[in-house]
Ligand binder design. Structure first.
Ligand code: NAD
Length: 472
């Protein structure tokens, strides 16, 4: 092929023009404000560059130091954050939100859980290490908004990752404040800018952009099943922490006053906003009266069938016989429900209880309200069967009050939940009054369980053959 000088010049010019266009369309990574960007593409690019620095220029001691600073600053602001979340979302209880913040601040593990597996044998030394994914896209819920940002920031950056958050639009002000606070702390303590980022106006479309970006190597979604399913359908590797509807079984060997105390505490905590909070009780007939009486002694208000009917009519939306929760009533105080039905002298009650059958929408739907249905069952086996149906395959959380070890084992095997609490409020299962670490991202659907830094890493194997480095 013969090409003259003029043609070559034209080709070169075209190539240069193209390079120019590409350079212009690359998102800028330097125009965010404390990690908050106008455009999600910029938030992704900035986090990408920060993550490269986080793994190249910083070591594990740096990660430890910066995470310690995040804990310190978050604890100083725990009350303020709890107040902001309560004000913006209008859900839950301030004093419980303070406890949730302190739990994630103090009990989310850092780099210490990034342990190395090793096998040493005749054919050499094999080690498997926890390596970062890169940039993680994290979707956060309205029910634990800033708690999830703090928890995910510690876990994900401890694992060597950067994070682009897509927060719930209904909690964007408190989340933006929290993200900027943590971002400033990272930078003031010598860490890279934009290790955590978000888009100023989060929306469903931004979730799609994050998921589709080749620079995002992992999605971590904390919220309802609609969101988790959407992430799983996207084809991107996903850690999905979805809905729960935790049942409680109470058998005839249980310490009933103690069970009532724990159930009251757990089901009323933050007005039942926690995905792992007790949502319905299946109790053996022979101890049902005793349990209801004991719950009333703890402070619960027992609704009669008429009162329950009225509450169901406004707290649930009935579309042609199919019930959905009315989001306006999610996480509201028990006293507000009572006021709505004309009862104004029970301002201190934190929990409403009611007797229902197993098919009632308050049993079958994850309602996130301080209204606890109690279902009488003739036998233990019936309790188990109904509890499994109510849990709906979420594999999230369940609990039992019993002194019968066989019952504990049978229910545990049948229910298959990620968290299974015996003789205690379910919130003990995430380390609030129980052993073990805390997380706000409980990945039942995808199987990572209670997530920590290790969950947000990928395994890399290094093999030293020929006995290299072995000393035995
Ligand atoms: P939600 O599902 O309405 O919102 C969660 C997040 O997902 C938000 O950021 C929202 O903007 C986004 N989102 C919602 N639908 C989406 C879709 N189709 N595509 C992409 N993104 C979408 O949940 P919520 O009301 O904020 O939180 C309560 C729910 O979260 C409950 O179901 C609760 O059980 C669950 N939850 C689970 C865990 C867990 O660890 N498993 C923790 C907290 C909350």
């Amino acid at each position: 092929m013969n090409i003259d000088a003029k043609e070559i010049e034209l080709i070169v010019q075209k190539v240069l023009e193209n390079i120019d266009v590409k350079t212009l369309s690359t998102p800028k990574a330097d125009n965010g404000e404390d990690g908050v960007f106008d455009h999600v593409e910029e938030a992704i690019e900035a986090a990408y560059q920060a993550q490269r620095r986080w793994v190249k220029d910083y070591n594990l001691e740096d990660r430890k130091r910066i995470i310690a600073a995040i804990r310190r600053v978050s604890e100083e602001h725990a009350e303020e954050l709890a107040k902001m979340v309560r004000k913006e979302t209008g859900m839950g209880r301030y004093e419980d939100k303070v406890k949730k913040h302190l739990a994630v601040i103090r009990k989310t593990p850092g780099v210490e859980c990034l342990t190395t597996d090793a096998i040493s044998g005749d054919e050499g030394l094999m080690i498997e290490e926890c390596a970062p994914f890169g940039v993680i896209g994290a979707i956060t819920p309205s029910t634990n908004p800033t708690e999830t940002i703090i928890n995910n920031t510690i876990s994900m950056t401890a694992g060597g990752n950067a994070v682009v958050f897509n927060v719930h639009p209904g909690a964007k002000r408190c989340c933006t404040y929290c993200l900027k606070l943590l971002h400033k702390t990272i930078v003031e303590n010598g860490g890279p800018a934009n290790l955590i980022t978000m888009q100023k106006e989060p929306a469903m479309e931004t979730v799609n952009t994050i998921t589709a970006s080749p620079k995002i190597r992992l999605m971590a979604g904390t919220g309802g099943m609609g969101m988790v399913d959407a992430l799983l359908r996207s084809g991107k590797k996903t850690i999905g922490a979805g809905a729960g509807n935790p049942p409680v079984v109470v058998d005839d060997t249980a310490d009933i006053p103690y069970a009532a105390k724990e159930i009251y505490r757990g089901a009323s905590f933050d007005n039942n906003l926690l995905c792992l909070a007790e949502k319905e009780v299946f109790v053996m007939d022979s101890v049902a009266d005793q349990l209801v009486e004991a719950l009333e002694k703890e402070g619960a208000y027992l609704l009669n069938s008429r009162q329950l009917e009225v509450i169901t009519s406004f707290a649930m939306l009935n579309k042609d016989g199919i019930f959905q929760i009315n989001k306006k009533w999610v996480g509201k105080d028990a006293a507000l429900f009572l006021e709505e039905i004309g009862i104004c002298d029970h301002k201190d009650t934190r929990l409403l209880i009611c007797e229902t059958d197993a098919r009632h929408p308050f049993v079958r739907l994850e309602q996130l309200m301080p209204v606890l249905p109690i279902v009488r069952c003739r036998t233990f086996e019936e309790c188990v069967k109904q509890a499994v149906l109510a849990e709906n395959g979420n594999r999230h959380t369940s609990s039992i009050f019993s002194k019968n070890v066989d019952h504990m084992t049978i229910f545990g095997k049948e229910i298959e939940t990620t968290i299974y609490t015996k003789n205690g409020a379910t919130l003990r299962g995430i380390g609030i009054g129980g052993e073990g670490y805390t997380t706000m991202t409980i990945a039942g659907p995808t199987g990572e369980g209670l997530t920590c830094a290790r969950s947000f890493t990928r395994k890399r194997r290094c093999m030293l053959a020929e006995g290299g480095l072995r000393i035995v």
